[in-house]
Write a protein that binds this ligand. Structure first.
Ligand SMILES: [Zn+2]
Length: 80
């Protein structure tokens, strides 16, 4: 999915923000820059929102990236 305003492709986190802040079934997607403009907040506010939703374990966001790479590394060690 891409930003409706500038056409930039969205990250998982940005898409998650659209679902959370606009509507769970939103058809409109905006990148972080244009979400910030839409809600008249700064992008850092949206970063805080992303962090907050991740802490809540919201599955709409790319959680546990570090844990995933750790697991991959471990299974690699095991195979040797
Ligand atoms: Zn945009």
């Amino acid at each position: 999915m891409n930003c409706q305003t500038c056409g930039r492709s969205l990250t998982t986190d940005e898409a998650g923000l659209n679902y959370k802040l606009i509507a769970r079934d939103t058809k409109v997607f905006l990148c972080k820059t244009h979400l910030a403009e839409y809600f008249k907040v700064s992008e850092s506010v949206l970063d805080q929102k992303i962090a907050q939703f991740k802490r809540q374990g919201c599955l709409l966001f790319s959680t546990g990236e570090a844990a995933d790479s750790e697991t991959a590394q471990r299974s690699e060690e095991n195979s040797q």
